[in-house]
Design a protein around this ligand. Structure first.
Ligand code: GDP
Length: 184
């Protein structure tokens, strides 16, 4: 099939947060949430592409609200964008206090997944059939995010070119310089 509907690869996941998933502070470990997000991104991308998929990158995971033991975490995922062999899977993570019914938005993240063939080479994925206004909005948002990322990567590359004379610029930061004399 040349184009597939967004709805056909949607994935939902609800997990009750167990004490074994908590960190030393008694909140749910961010690494555990990330692992669940990676699983749902994999399932969603595999559904769309019909292929084995790998995670290529993850766009901003800001933990907005801590998750407590006993809460019900729900993740909703859908394909936002497709390239030739890549797909951007958007995931919304919410956590519900099942006694009070209060729902918190924990984070929204965008995973770039790549479809692979049995030989490990990237394979072409079906296009995306955009049927709802929200599908179009998310596709546009992904294009913008990809453009911003390219600009960002260029800025990062320039960081490598920074010379030692940038030491002056460290004044005002929470550091104390204790370098060998040849740097001074
Ligand atoms: P948005 O990307 O600007 O729409 O930000 P949101 O925080 O609302 O959602 C983040 C991502 O989670 C979206 O891009 C979708 O991929 C996914 N998502 C959000 N709501 C739903 C939903 O009701 N169903 C499914 N399948 N995915 C959703």
């Amino acid at each position: 099939m040349a184009f597939k509907r967004v709805e056909d690869s949607e994935v939902f996941l609800s997990v009750l947060m167990q004490p074994s998933h908590s960190n030393f502070g008694g909140k749910i470990h961010g690494g555990y949430i990330l692992s669940l997000m990676d699983q749902i991104a994999f399932a969603c991308a595999s559904k769309h592409s019909g292929a084995y998929c790998v995670t290529a990158s993850v766009d901003t995971v800001d933990f907005r609200n801590p998750i407590e033991i006993g809460e019900l975490v729900t993740m909703k995922a859908s394909v936002n964008y497709v390239g030739r062999s890549s797909m951007v899977v958007g995931i919304r993570v919410e956590s519900e206090n099942i006694q009070t019914g209060t729902v918190k938005h924990c984070n929204s993240s965008y995973f770039t997944m790549v479809a692979k063939g049995e030989d490990g080479k990237s394979v072409t994925v079906p296009g995306l059939l955009l049927e709802r206004e929200m599908d179009v909005r998310r596709f546009h948002k992904s294009i913008k995010r990809i453009e911003l990322k390219k600009t960002h990567q260029e800025a990062y590359r320039q960081l490598d070119a920074l010379a030692d004379d940038s030491l002056e610029q460290l004044k005002g930061y929470n550091v104390k310089l204790n370098l060998p004399q040849e740097y001074e």
